[in-house]
Design a protein around this ligand. Structure first.
Ligand code: PHE
Ligand code: CO
Length: 297
């Protein structure tokens, strides 16, 4: 990572210690990307696009083309913003890295999506522990072109601002919802299960694993179930939750007032990442192969 990214502290969260950067919004320093930076983008772009044919949801692939992302060079946020503005009114802002939670929620509520401006080094092509430009831009941004998903993201931000006033438990519940939808969500389509979560879309290994491996659970989305379920930050997920469509996601989250739901869940035991419940709609009961016993967060 670039030495220009200003990491200010490490903060303990339910994801463990995470680096937190300055809250400053910067200009994307596009002219300062090196030929290596552009080459890393191009290599990752080509590899993921190929893997994601028939694995990503069609909305994602179509939107990526429509906004003019390609392997040729790191996209300019300014140019992507023209397409986003027109489609859904979203706007990308360049940041140094992970933001404090409340700041992040406030940006989403204002339809601003923070994108880390720096890209990983060539020796980090297959794995990097914190979000970089490739994850944020390739993984998250195309679906912001979809009107229903775009509204979901804004409502999530507003819901986060509100939950911040309720305390740590509601915040943990919401973080799990983000994790199992925005980062690791699957969607059921007439052609079969497809990926819409950015954490999967930016990962070669997990793009194949989440759909084709017998190891993980694939379970129908239920908002309260998801908000009680722990997750992995260091390995592939043990469980993926499947939505029927973005409308289902919207209806289950944006419409209801989470106040009473948080209240009902207060003090309830969380569900281990790999559990299957009697009430689950099971697409695949995971074999559990390769799972680590400890370490769900
Ligand atoms: N409807 C939720 C609330 O009342 C907010 C929310 C919207 C949460 C979308 C997640 C996703 O707080
Ligand atoms: Co992400």
């Amino acid at each position: 990572m670039s030495s220009e990214a200003r990491r200010v502290e490490h903060q303990m969260t339910d994801k463990g210690y995470v680096p937190v950067y300055t809250t400053a919004v910067v200009e994307q320093p596009w002219a300062s990307y090196s030929p290596t930076d552009h080459a890393v983008w191009g290599q990752l772009f080509r590899r993921q696009r190929e893997i994601l044919q028939g694995r990503a949801c069609p909305e994602f692939l179509t939107a990526m083309d429509a906004m003019g992302m390609s392997d040729a060079q790191i996209p300019k946020f300014e140019e992507l913003n023209v397409h986003l503005q027109q489609a859904t009114g979203w706007k990308l802002i360049a940041v140094e890295g992970l933001l404090p939670e409340l700041t992040f929620f406030e940006h989403l509520a204002a339809r601003e999506f923070p994108v880390t401006w720096w890209i990983r080094r060539p020796d980090q092509i297959d794995y990097i522990s914190e979000p970089d430009l490739f994850h944020d831009l390739f993984g998250h941004v195309p679906l912001l072109m979809n009107p229903v998903f775009a509204d979901y993201m804004q409502a999530y931000g507003a819901g986060g601002v509100r939950a911040s006033t309720f305390g740590p438990e509601p915040l943990a519940n919401l973080t799990r919802l983000y994790w199992y939808t925005v980062e690791f969500g699957l969607i059921d389509t007439p052609e079969g299960l497809r990926i819409y979560g950015a954490g999967i879309l930016s990962s070669k290994g997990e793009s194949i694993h989440c759909l084709e491996s017998a190891a993980p659970n694939r379970i129908g989305f239920d908002v309260q179930r998801v908000m009680q379920t722990r997750y992995r930050i260091d390995t592939y997920q043990k469980t993926y939750f499947v939505i029927d469509g973005f409308d289902q996601l919207f209806k289950a989250t944006v419409d209801p007032d989470f106040g009473p739901i948080y209240y009902r869940m207060k003090g309830a035991e969380s569900i281990p990442a790999g559990s299957v419940l009697d009430t689950d709609r099971v697409f695949n009961r995971g074999s559990g192969e390769g799972w680590l016993a400890d370490g769900d967060v």
